[in-house]
Design a protein around this ligand. Structure first.
Ligand code: GLU
Length: 464
């Protein structure tokens, strides 16, 4: 049985966003699900647009999401000698030929074709054929190398997403595969790499469907069997446009910094173009167990931040208090605030109302740093009529002392204040919450107060 070998082949020309990283998720998952090999290849031949910063976001993003490659990263720029070697082989076997057509001539040809309402294509002027007399080679012109695409027949493949695709070779012109300076072009490098890296399944965005027949012809010319192809539909942004940096897409790593969990992200991205029945929430392990290429969606998927948040919230709930504390701590300490052994307890109390680690960190910070009370909360809840009750509560809490500082005694103290003042629970609870946490919406008051140390509670309640 052949071992599955998949690859993710990003071009580092702008930071990688969620739409791009989804093209890494499926090949990674397919390799993991089949005990195969996942390869990372950086396609950095566009020297003007490729940047190290963009490579870094790819590597960091994949690491964060736990999508580690088994082989690579390989960099195309470091494989130039290999491409030249294969190019020489294609020359030897008569699959490429030099073309001396100038840019001006090509432009004129294109214009003529456009006027005649034809598809712009190279017309084969320099393509050698038996009995054909080629034009005189112009002096001082360095030729490009063109691939001799078959003239007849069709190229077809059974796409794992799109089904059978057939393209007539008459639709394809002779592709430039080396520039005048000898550097190879994109489609050629991809094929050489896919052959050398023994890729069995190419899973990539459907913006490459048009390249596939050309690539298959190059595979054939090199005497290699093409891989299985799966072309994934586009990811749209919330406005229904193709997701791109230009229209607001964020770098993958921004989601890490905003407090999303890698497993939630994997879950969310998995569902952007793949399904397992009606399952919406699943673990990384389940995903890898279930994933195959038979349930990839055919239509474009749309990014939905609210849903991503919901998925993240569901994953947050499944983490233990200790695990949450470890993750939340990083966000709190970023602001130079120290935490302590109460953090797991705090996470346990607040996790159900949070959708990101940042929102959980913001709650937790109230225990470790001063809170700012918004003016409107102050005006609404800190009213003269409750001041007496607050003073009484302070007395009772001070009376508890450290040894009786627990949920039950705090609940009893609150109750006594209500009995003595005739106030209803919300009338007392709201101002206490505002003073302790800066908001009137918090989990149950006795549990909340119990986590604080008595001194902080008393100091904050006195600041009414
Ligand atoms: N480098 C290409 C891109 O970033 C992907 C090529 C491929 O997957 O074959 O779109």
């Amino acid at each position: 049985m052949t071992i599955v070998r998949t690859r993710f082949a990003p071009s580092p020309t702008g930071f990688i966003h969620l739409g791009n990283i989804r093209s890494a998720l499926y090949p990674w998952a397919y390799a993991r699900a089949t005990n195969g090999v996942f390869i990372l290849r950086i396609e950095d031949t566009d020297l003007d647009r490729s940047t190290q910063a963009s490579v870094d976001v790819i590597l960091e993003g994949m690491k964060w999401l736990g999508m580690d490659p088994d082989e690579g990263p390989f960099y195309q720029m470091q494989r130039m000698d290999r491409y030249r070697e294969v190019l020489a082989k294609l020359k030897e076997t008569g699959h490429v030929y030099p073309c001396y057509m100038s840019v001006e001539e090509l432009d004129a040809l294109r214009e003529k074709q456009m006027i005649a309402k034809e598809k712009p294509r190279y017309d084969g002027t320099w393509r050698p054929e038996p009995g054909k007399v080629l034009p005189k080679i112009p002096e001082g012109v360095k030729p490009v190398l063109r691939f001799k695409n078959p003239i007849d027949g069709v190229v077809s493949w059974d796409d794992k997403v799109k089904g059978l695709i057939e393209i007539s070779n008459q639709e394809l012109d002779d592709l430039v595969i080396a520039r005048p300076d000898g550097t190879p072009t994109y489609n050629f490098c991809v094929v050489v790499d896919d052959i050398d890296m023994q890729i069995t399944h190419v899973i990539r965005g459907d913006d490459h469907v048009n390249n596939t027949p050309r690539q298959i012809n190059i595979f054939n010319a090199l005497g290699a069997a093409p891989p299985v192809y799966a072309h994934l539909p586009t990811v749209l942004n919330e406005m229904g446009e193709k997701m791109s940096k230009r229209n607001g897409a964020k770098a993958v790593t921004a989601y890490r910094d905003e407090g999303y969990l890698p497993d939630a992200m994997v879950n969310y991205l998995a569902r952007l173009g793949w399904s397992h029945g009606d399952d919406e929430i699943f673990s990384r392990e389940q995903f890898l167990q279930w994933f195959n290429l038979d349930h990839l969606g055919r239509s474009a998927a749309q990014f939905d931040e609210a849903k991503l948040k919901w998925v993240n919230a569901q994953h947050l709930k499944t983490l233990s208090e200790q695990e949450l504390a470890t993750r939340v701590k990083v966000f709190i300490e970023k602001d130079a605030i120290k935490t302590d052994e109460r953090l797991p307890l705090i996470c346990g109390l607040f996790k159900d109302r949070c959708d990101t680690l940042i929102s959980l960190a913001n709650w937790a910070k109230c225990f470790y740093a001063d809170v700012i009370i918004p003016e409107e909360e102050r005006e609404k809840h800190l009213v003269q009529s409750v001041f007496g009750a607050l003073e009484l509560l302070v007395d009772k809490l001070e009376g508890l002392g450290d040894s009786s500082w627990n949920k039950e005694s705090i609940a009893a103290a609150l109750k006594e204040v209500l009995t003595q003042t005739g106030l209803k629970m919300p009338q007392l609870a709201m101002p206490v919450r505002v003073l302790l946490m800066g908001t009137a919406q918090t989990p149950s008051l006795d549990a909340l107060i119990a986590i604080f140390d008595p001194k902080t509670v008393v100091t904050r309640l006195k600041k009414k």
